[in-house]
Design a protein around this ligand. Sequence first.
Ligand code: ADP
Ligand code: MG
Ligand code: MG
Length: 920
Amino acid sequence: MERSIYFFGGGQADGDAQQKELLGGKGAGLAEMTRLGIPVPPGFTVTTEVCNAYYAAGRALPAGVEDEIRAAIGRLESLLDARFGSAEAPLLVSVRSGARASMPGMMDTILNLGLNDEIARGLAERTGSERFALDAYRRFILTYADIVLGVPRDRFEEALGRARKQAAARLGVDATRLNAAELERKVPDSLLDPESLAALIQRQKDIVLGATGRPFPDDPYVQLWGAIRAVFDSWKNHRAQVYRKMHDIPEAWGTACNVQAMVFGNLGDDSGTGVAFTRDPSTGERRFYGEWLPNAQGEDVVAGVRTPHPLSRSGTGGGVDDARSLEAQMPDVYAELVEVQATLERHFRDMQDLEFTIQQKKLFLLQCRTGKRTGRAAVRIAVEMAKEGLISQREAILRVDPGSIDQLLHPSIDPSAPKKLLARGLPASPGAATGQVVFSADEAERRAGQGKAVILVRSETSPEDIHGMKAARGILTARGGMTSHAAVVARGMGKSCVAGCSAISVSQGQMAVTLYDDHGHPTDTITVKAGDLITLDGGTGTVYLGAVPTVPAALSGEFEELMVWADAVRRLRVRSNADTPHDARTARNFGAEGIGLCRTEHMFFDEERIQAMREMILADGEAGRRRALAKLLPFQRGDFVGVFREMAGLPVTIRLLDPPLHEFLPQDEAQLHQLSKAMGVPAQDLSRKNEELVEYNPMLGHRGCRLAITSPEIYEMQARAIVEAACEVAAAGIEVEPEIMIPLSMTRRELAITRALVEGVAEKVFAEKGRRVDVRFGTMIELPRAALVAGELAEEAEFFSFGTNDLTQTALGISRDDAGRFLGAYVEAGIFAKDPFQSLDAAGVGELVEIGRDRGRAARPGLKLGVCGEHGGDPSSIAFFERAGLDYVSCSPFRVPVARLAAAQAALAAESARGPRATD
Ligand code: ADP
Ligand code: MG
Ligand code: MG
């Protein structure tokens, strides 16, 4: 460890923005802002290495660190002309956590540290406000007790209530019949007078003594050591661990700890605190955007206890909000802040999220970081910044997380659907969500575990609610602004959120909703209970009663533009898995360049068809099977005609029947009897036949092309349906590119047999129709043996499609349907970094893909190689397929844009891995 402490202050900083690993994002940002000459209270960062050393030593600070910290405090003292621990010129500090990746609210921060009775008196004298000094002191004791001493916050609630009652009496307010919430509204923190506060402080100290057996520490250095340890400890608290898991943040990174001189936003009405974004984090619009509260400190804005005011005037003139805006209240400070935000955005070349505090009209920046944003905002910001010349088009492509654009493609509320408006709040995170109301995070998790869609409704959320937010479809809060915890976390998760919905009040397992008329007068109150259905529109901040129908997403111009840029650098083609003309159209609208997998079995589940299918399966002998298949032929042909038409001019890969036949059979007595009547065969006979078809291990049983070896007439019918459909569509002047794909092959002979069969049928159809169309013949590679003998298979196949779902099952010997029981534990234990069914196991399954590729192409140069299966839409797997030089991936229609962007990013990554380009 080279050094443990990095100082910032007085226009100079030891660290800079590049040192996030060592200083954490917060520390690096504070250092960089200081270097830029932006007003930042001075302080220093204890590095992440110290945190890791602290854990390595069994939670002990490494030797020498304390001395370094004392020296750094000394530097702060001389810079500010104040002393830590002195009552004459008290220096107070905040002790702030800050990891490499932003983890908002997950870890701990302690404000106003360095107070005891005497210093509090000194602070009162210095600031001329006893009320302020005592308020800072009692808040400090509360936070310190909670975070460092392990005395939970709620143990102090009663004492606070007593202080409010005392203050109420002095104010002449009758508090006898008020409940806690009403009392808080009547006597907010700002009305607690010095006497009540002094009594409260004494009671808080008594509580600490009672709970810990020791007096509250009076020595500021003792306080400091405790706080630094607590910040390091908070790296491993439960909510931080949950958050890390969700965002793939390694445990080994550790957090830094920032010790910084306090500035006070709660020194009166010429002070305040707020948060800001250099662009709108919800829509991406280029406008300075944020919220503030006068006479408030730290968490007050994000905690959602008071609903904050906007920073800027709305521009539409008038209104309470405009009058309360910082722009109206403190125009000079506002102007300075606008300048600072512009500087920061230009400097970091990305949208920034800022924390600031104003102490008696003087502005201080307390944090800057790359702002979290919705998928929609990410796209707009990237495209507009490229057009502004701030970043290149390539950077714009790399700026947008492919996973996040998923939300853009999701449906929104149908504007024409009948709906009952319940309430309006802030449009905190877009998207429509319907679900049952739940009032606690645990309940959300429980019901979601039972497969229910839930909406988590809270007065406000806190980091403890994270698991419930994760489980919920949407989040509704009564209090808090656009930058409240609920809003920020929901946007990060891409979940619908309506925040600050003041018409609702949540208590005792139900929510009361006040309804208003057009003039804003209350008309009625409705009670919504747990389990009732509501719908959120996070894009407009609207809450509806019941389930409201939705409409498909409309894509923005910026989105189309980004996709054009992405397509220009992309090498991998993107096709879609689609079984019906409807899916094919959706896929094409999303930019699919063909169908990579059209499964024919889904076509058999229709009411009319399933009957014929069952007859076919249960028929005795070939003649019976052929009779039943003849009934299916027109259906299949019709399906293919529809798909070919939608995909005019693009390739369509159709996989012949794959699943074991048992999957199509009647599942219950009633169905069996119906079938027996239709076929004129006794039910017992059918039942026996049914049982005969049961397999011990259907995944490895009689399925795929194995069906064609025993009953070739099934594939014959399918081939005929495909070729007839292709001829029919071609006859209408539409270009068709059918590709017939054989599933689960493992030997050359299987392919030779099925190929002869398909070609025989095709020739017959061509002769009958008097026209030919090009029909390609290929196979899936989904068994390890197929990958190994790919050279032989390529002699018969014109293309391969890696069926990575089955290839993963067979390579790992793990059944996907049974993996749920243990795969979670595997990921938890770090045996797999990610679920191998979602993200390709590059080392194992990936190597089989590469072997298949090499041996296949060696035997048949120009062999076309694709991927179908879940991995085709997974960004990290797509990166692998790009490196592997495959020709295309195929994924579900809604993933097509995700795959296009991921493929473009993979191409750019591959390019920069090959070495720098001459331009750009
Ligand atoms: P988080 O990572 O949860 O945002 P922070 O360390 O940023 O935690 O601190 C929490 C709140 O306290 C923020 O609103 C921050 O602006 C405020 N704060 C932190 N340090 C100071 C300070 N030195 N003076 C005034 N406010 C501070
Ligand atoms: Mg912060
Ligand atoms: Mg398969």
